[in-house]
Design a binder for this molecule. Sequence first.
Ligand SMILES: Cc1cc2nc3c(=O)[nH]c(=O)nc-3n(C[C@H](O)[C@H](O)[C@H](O)COP(=O)(O)O)c2cc1C
Length: 203
Amino acid sequence: MSTVIIPKIDLIPQNGKKAAPGTLLDALHRRHTTREFSPEPLSDRHLSQVLWAAYGINRPDGHRTAPAGMALYALRIYVFLQEAIYLYNPEKNELAEIVKGDFRGMAGLQDFVASAPMNIAIYANYADFVTGDSKTDEALKKGADRMAALDAGASAENVYLYCASENIAVVERMMFDDNGFRKLVGLADSEVFQVAMTVGYPR
Ligand SMILES: Cc1cc2nc3c(=O)[nH]c(=O)nc-3n(C[C@H](O)[C@H](O)[C@H](O)COP(=O)(O)O)c2cc1C
């Protein structure tokens, strides 16, 4: 009887190991979902850095902290704070107010959402999936859902890793009042909801 040898490579175990503080490996060890938040507002630094991690510009050519299919940058990040809803503008590095008032409760169905200091809703504007080249644009039309979800997933993971590195609590969520939000701010049909996130200090 011949013995079958299955080729394999033993990998170096990582789980349970300590990584040097402040490294990406350390953030990966500590990345996790939290659903309990202090109502304390985020500091200006944390607010700015959460958004920069999500979709900020990190190079002189305007490219971002998150990869984006064909560098089309179709994502739009809406930010729900206690006083208003804003749209994140990465080029100007600012939040532009869209609606005044506390609409955090609209940002999800779970009970922590309305009192956590910050929620974000990531939409993809399908009208941005255009290059001007008809063959490419045809392919983009077919792949738009996948492009949008992959772009949003990369941004969401950036936020998770940034939060892990700063001991900030975060949860990524599919549950979000898309219809209510669309009506409230008059979103174009081309904007399609991808994912929401709640961010704050741990309780
Ligand atoms: C696409 C996606 C949707 C999610 N939706 C929700 C949600 O609506 N509510 C929630 O509490 N958690 C949600 N989560 C968080 C997952 O439940 C969580 O990531 C999973 O339990 C693994 O836990 P961990 O993130 O701590 O590793 C979602 C995660 C992803 C990636």
